[in-house]
Design a protein around this ligand. Structure first.
Ligand code: GLN
Length: 229
């Protein structure tokens, strides 16, 4: 480029799936994306000195968009896995999460050992869906929007849902009338990371900004806002 390109503040598109409370969801009143991830990525952008523009899509598209270099960055409660690291770069982890089984309150299912042959829902392209394929003989249904899976579980069309604990817990707490509960232990610990196409030059500045936000208390403020103490 020419001229004063160095002073120009860059704007990067950030890919996300918009149905993952409390990390990313649409505020029905303002039409704006809100949540832990949204606050975090805006704080990182402020710290690192760039602008972000949020673009929403299905979760499969978020990961596909990193593999095909369609978007420069993604934040979407994305679990850092060895398999994904072959094709996608990740920031340092920003939160510890993991998979939990959700069933109806009156269900006999007590753990992942009990779901073979049963109908189990998962978010399409998620670690939950992969876990079901790799470790169970459940009859798997993959949903582009997890809320549909929770509703099918409540109405009896599914026997269980396997998904990220913070989202499952949030949904159960916010919708007590649905009669759902979690069972068993956390099935596998999964750290969340910000994702980038392989070789991205943004990994380092994002990691530096994340470290600063952890040191200066901003990360803790965002965490408290969405998860309490
Ligand atoms: N953490 C899960 C994964 O990375 C699910 C993320 C999501 O649905 N937003 O596959």
């Amino acid at each position: 480029g020419s001229g004063s390109g160095e002073d120009e503040v860059k704007t990067y598109t950030v890919a996300t799936e918009p149905n993952f409370h409390p990390f990313e969801f649409m505020d029905p009143e303002t039409g704006e994306m809100k949540g832990f991830d949204m606050d975090l990525i805006h704080a990182i952008a402020d710290e690192a000195g760039f602008n972000v523009e949020i673009e929403t899509m299905e979760f499969d598209g978020v990961l596909g968009g990193m593999r095909s270099n369609k978007y420069p960055m993604a934040i979407s409660g994305i679990s850092i896995t060895d398999e994904r690291k072959k094709e996608i770069d990740f920031s340092d982890k920003y939160l510890d999460s993991g998979l939990i089984l959700v069933v109806r309150e009156d269900s006999d299912i007590q753990s992942i050992e009990d779901i073979d042959g049963l109908k189990v829902g998962a978010q399409a392209g998620s670690t939950g869906e992969l876990y079901l394929h790799d470790h169970t003989d459940a009859e798997i249904s993959a949903f582009p929007e997890i809320v549909t899976a929770y509703m099918d579980l409540a109405s009896g069309r599914l026997d269980a849902v396997l998904y990220d604990l913070p989202n499952a817990q949030y949904y159960i707490n916010e919708n007590p009338d649905q009669g759902l509960k979690t069972v068993g232990e956390l099935l596998q610990g999964e750290p969340y990371g910000i994702a980038f196409p392989k070789g991205s030059e943004l990994v380092e500045p994002v990691n530096e900004a994340l470290a600063t936000l952890k040191e200066n208390g901003t990360y803790d403020e965002i965490y408290k806002k969405w998860f309490g103490e």
